[in-house]
Design a protein around this ligand. Structure first.
Ligand code: FAD
Length: 279
């Protein structure tokens, strides 16, 4: 059932999915699924898998980068370990002309994740090889965007996938969307290459309209969507000449990711339940 959202459990399956998406004129970000690992060996194993993926991307000349979570690199186990592993992967990406996106997790990790990205972006040569994610549901995001842009850091803008308290996050969809559009405009005007990650047609239309109105070229940013969601819309945007990156998750630790995708849209659960009964 998770296959709708997850490309498989092995590197080979992920690479096959990248080939397929590349052949449709879209780039990819590969996510080796996993989060909140509880021991150093799991974190090291995850980093080794990312090294393999970066090597495969380079060897096969794929149009792809990688996305990772700091808790998958051992942030809950030992901050220095997470730093060592993430820095190693960013070095690898820099040497092969690639890019590491550090996904954003729940609010207990927001500040630490942004601090990490800023620290890893600073050494000479690393600029442009590591980027952050901002969630429009958090009140703090406008200020975070300002601080990241001051250092020229690439941002993926999304709405946010975790349950957050009213004290720190907008609860109404209309407020989350309004903040998204406000931040999207700041990003597009910044002159840095960012990712507009959403399947929301209204927001996508607002982005296209703003880009045209401000004469921001299509090559100055990219839309991003998740594997298995709104493929029709992904293809339509490419046909219209916009850039599209598909986030392809794979791996054995697919359960929390899958549950977030179900929670986002109750219709997914009905869809899956119906297919269960048909079998
Ligand atoms: C490339 C990418 C990377 C992301 N990275 C992060 C991250 O690092 N941290 C984080 O917190 N969140 C991340 N997210 C998830 C994001 O925060 C949202 O939870 C998710 O994208 C749904 O929000 P939406 O913008 O699509 O808008 P919504 O208002 O949720 O959805 C708009 C429309 O999109 C479609 N849709 C949305 N979700 C689904 C679904 N699960 N199944 C089927 N259709 C759906 C429906 O048609 C829906 O009406 C990422 C999303 C993308 C696209």
């Amino acid at each position: 059932m998770a296959r709708r959202f997850v490309a498989g459990t092995t590197v080979e399956e992920a690479i096959a999915a990248v080939h397929e998406v590349n052949s449709r004129g879209m780039t990819v970000s590969i996510d080796n699924l996993g989060e909140n690992v509880t021991n150093a060996e799991e974190a090291r194993a995850s980093a080794r898998l990312y090294d393999q993926i970066l090597d495969q991307i380079h060897a096969r000349r794929l149009q792809a980068n990688v996305s990772l979570k700091l808790t998958h690199m051992g942030l809950d186990v030992d901050e220095n370990l997470a730093r060592e592993l993430a820095c190693g992967l960013i070095d690898h990406a820099r040497l092969s002309g690639n890019f590491v996106r550090v996904d954003m997790e729940g609010s207990p990790y927001t500040q630490r994740t942004l601090d990490f990205v800023r620290e890893m972006h600073r050494p000479p040569g690393n600029a442009g090889h590591v980027g952050a994610v901002i969630q429009s549901y958090l009140y703090r995001s406008e200020k975070d965007v300002e601080e990241l842009l001051a250092e020229g850091i690439r941002i993926r803008l999304c709405k946010g996938a975790y349950k957050e308290a009213p004290a720190i996050a907008f609860q109404k969809k209309s407020d989350v969307d309004a903040n998204y559009i406000k931040l999207m405009m700041v990003l597009l005007k910044s002159g840095v290459y960012h990712g507009i990650a959403t399947h929301d047609e209204r927001i996508i239309e607002a982005t296209r309209r703003f880009a045209r109105q401000e004469k921001i070229p299509a090559e100055a940013f990219e839309f991003q969507m998740l594997h298995g969601i709104r493929r029709d819309l992904q293809e339509r945007l490419v046909r219209e000449g916009w850039r599209m990156r598909v986030y392809i998750p794979f791996g054995t630790e697919w359960y929390p990711y899958f549950m977030r995708r179900l929670a986002e849209r109750p219709a997914n659960a009905f869809f899956i339940a119906r297919n269960l009964f048909r079998r």
